[in-house]
Design a protein around this ligand. Structure first.
Ligand code: UDP
Ligand code: MG
Length: 313
């Protein structure tokens, strides 16, 4: 069976077409399937529409989270409860074309690969969004040494072994493309043109920023190294400045003014604050892990099974 996990947050206008296109694509694989929708606390009619679709077709299953936890948490919930041998992760806004699923399945079924990623050919996002994502991708690529990161998102298909490995990663800061990269396995990709969002709205800048921080601080210790290197540069600079001051005193050159003193105090003060902030990000992540709060809570399930099973590790 193929499980397609789709997080949904206020996507009422797209649900009908999404279900139709996904089911048609899945039928081409010739396999049994389930569409596991994870309602991430939608405030529009998405949940009612999903319930209607569930009464018509029992292969459409719904998990409704207790509030909006963000799409990485929603994906995690779906991954934990998907029952199929194969797992598809796909956004619910039709930016990831479901028509690619049969090709992905053929590649996995050939036995030569464990993970098939969707490879976005070009970025069609809004101009401002493009700037944010470009900066993030360039930074993340350098910090994490993950290639192709600007082309690979959540859209992917995994076999049983890769899915099991992904489930064992229970960290609270979640960036799925990074986690999927971390587990290894034999990967390939299929390129596609990522369409613009039809309707509904994309993640907010705040959500994007949180996701970018989670990605950077969970996959790299380079920001900490950066603090260390800057500290060393600071020591060398102040040493050189010390020599200069000594020379200017002894050779009776013009004395240093208060403005340069003030500037260096401000400069060093702000550098220290930035470094404290970077350290704080790591400390916060340690704190969050030690709190060990669940990544999501499920309010209700709608499936044909009596009991939907969470995969125990
Ligand atoms: N989504 C979600 N919770 C959220 C925000 C988004 O489950 O808090 C879902 C959304 O419905 C969509 C997917 O996650 O199916 C991707 O969201 P979006 O299109 O906003 O991401 P983008 O394409 O902008 O990266
Ligand atoms: Mg989208």
């Amino acid at each position: 069976m193929i499980s397609v996990v789709i997080p949904i947050y206020n996507e009422e206008s797209l649900l009908g077409e999404l279900v139709k296109r996904t089911i048609t694509a899945l039928q081409h694989t010739g396999q049994d399937f389930e569409l596991l929708f994870v309602d991430d606390g939608s405030t529009d009619n998405s949940m009612d529409l999903l319930l209607q679709l569930h009464t018509i077709d029992k292969r459409i299953k719904i998990m409704s989270l207790s509030r909006n936890f963000g799409h990485q948490a929603a994906y995690t919930a779906g991954i934990d409860y998907a029952q199929g041998e194969y797992l598809v992760l796909m956004d619910g806004d039709l930016q990831d074309p479901p028509e690619l699923i049969p090709q992905m399945f053929t590649l996995l079924n050939s036995g030569s690969f464990d993970i098939v990623n969707g490879y976005r050919k070009a970025n069609t996002s809004r101009f401002t969004r493009n700037i944010y994502t470009r900066i993030f991708h360039q930074l993340f690529k350098r910090l994490s040494a993950m290639e192709d990161i600007e082309h690979i998102g959540n859209f992917s298909m995994l076999n049983k072994a890769a899915t099991h490995a992904l489930r064992t990663l229970t960290e609270k800061s979640r960036y799925l493309p990074g986690l999927r990269h971390f587990i290894g396995f034999r990967k390939t990709s299929i390129s596609y043109q990522r369409e613009k969002r039809g309707s509904g709205c994309s993640m907010s800048t705040r959500q994007l920023f949180t996701l970018a921080c989670d990605a950077i601080f969970s996959f790299s210790k380079l920001p900490l190294k950066f603090c260390l290197i800057m500290g060393i540069i600071g020591i060398i600079t102040s040493f050189l400045a010390g020599i200069y001051i000594l020379l200017s005193k002894t050779l009776a050159l013009s004395p240093l003014g208060w403005s340069s003193t003030l500037t260096s105090i401000f400069f060093l003060g702000s550098i220290q604050l930035i470094f404290l902030g970077i350290l704080g990000e790591y400390v916060f992540r340690i704190y969050r892990e030690s709190q060990n709060r669940p990544i999501y809570f499920v309010r209700e399930f709608h499936t044909d099974q009596k009991k939907i099973k969470r995969h125990e590790l």
